[in-house]
Ligand binder design. Structure first.
Ligand code: KG4
Ligand code: ZN
Length: 339
């Protein structure tokens, strides 16, 4: 294959999705994901089960994505794999598999930061990036405002001081007894609810772009403790919508304020919570008023996927940033921030 359009296999096993994808240059050729349903019965991801599921699913998922892209082993120019952050055991399954392939095929290994994958998932298929921009990264583990000056040149503007936005969705869903994962379920339930039904608190910090969601979570808990089961049941949609609105308003308000203060006119949404329909709607509304260009990832690439890993692999390959075969899994891998 031509070196302008390297064929890259991307592998993602950081949590409870076993996923693989193929890009040729920036272009996505195929992507396949298998979600682990085994965790549903436990109301959250069970790390040991996740590792076992990855072991079982990874080889067939890779075969499947390769056949969908009509790619054989000899066509692959590099292997990109999530190095972190994520569950240690889960990361190791993908990383060991990718290292084995790199040795067997004698091709470079590209260790990918999952967070960077989420940010650039917006541009899958594109050969250029609209930097600089402000990124609102909202996932199960992260809530951050990041000034993206260029690829690998980031500045942290604000972040949550306690729970991540996605974590708040998951915890409140558990309080409401509606199941796991909470984000999509609350989103769906809220469509039929009144977001002004309960005035839950919006926390703000003066002179900071930081977030906090633990007070909101406690407010929901106290509110539920005061109501009868019958009342909660008949107003489940309204309570869910009111909680969701409180999260979404704070995120959007902070993000737009930071963008304006930094003189940035592009806002990029990233991470699982970027799939939230109320968030997407409010961001679109505010963008029109503020004359801001907004990028929202395609719904398929908001939550964990390998398309974003393969695409990041393309960028790393382009700047010849290959990894040693000895790289470890980094469960707490962070983005590195400059000033
Ligand atoms: O990015 P992601 O798939 O995994 C991490 O890297 O953390 O994000 C998962 C998080 C979960 O907390 C999930 O509840 C949340 O994203 N999420 C949503 C929606 N879809 C997923 N939260 C709100 N609304 C959604 N539609
Ligand atoms: Zn993720």
């Amino acid at each position: 294959m031509s070196h302008n359009h390297p064929v890259i296999l991307g592998i993602e096993t950081s949590c409870d999705e076993t996923a693989a994808a193929i890009v040729a240059g920036p272009e996505l050729k195929s992507h396949v994901a298998a979600s682990h349903i085994v965790h549903q019965a436990y109301g959250g991801v069970v790390p040991e089960y996740a590792s076992r599921e990855h072991e079982k699913l990874l080889a067939p998922v890779v075969q499947n994505t390769m056949s969908q892209a009509s790619v054989s082993w000899k066509d692959i120019d590099a292997i990109a794999v999530t190095q972190g952050p994520g569950l240690a055991g889960s990361l190791l399954v993908g990383l060991s598999y990718a290292k084995g392939l790199a040795v067997a095929l004698d091709k470079p290994l590209l260790g990918i930061n999952h967070i960077e994958g989420h940010i650039f998932a917006n541009f899958i298929g594109q050969d250029g990036l609209p930097t600089p921009f402000l990124c609102l990264l909202v996932s199960g583990g992260h809530t951050q405002l990041i000034h993206v000056k260029d690829i690998q040149n980031y500045r942290l503007i604000g972040q949550t001081r306690d729970d991540a936005a996605g974590e708040a969705f998951d915890k409140v869903a558990r309080m409401l007894g509606i199941g796991y994962p909470g984000g999509p379920l609350i989103d769906r339930l809220s469509q039929a609810g009144d977001p002004r039904f309960v005035a839950f608190p919006r926390s703000r910090f003066d002179a900071s772009y930081d977030f906090s969601f633990s007070g909101l979570k406690t407010a929901v808990l106290y509110y539920l403790q005061k109501q009868s089961n019958a009342f909660i049941k008949s107003h489940l949609e309204d309570i869910a919508a009111s909680f969701q609105q409180a999260v979404v308003e704070v995120l959007v308000e902070r993000a737009f304020q930071a963008a304006v203060d930094l003189g940035l006119d592009r806002l990029v949404l990233a991470g699982g919570v970027a799939a939230n329909s109320a968030l997407r709607r409010l961001v679109d509304e505010r963008a029109a008023e503020a004359q801001m260009t907004v990028y929202q990832p395609d719904l398929r690439y908001c939550t964990d996927n390998a398309a974003m890993i393969a695409y990041m692999g393309y960028w790393k390959y382009r700047i010849s940033q290959t990894s040693e075969l000895t790289i470890p899994a980094y469960p707490n891998l962070k983005l590195s921030f400059g000033t």
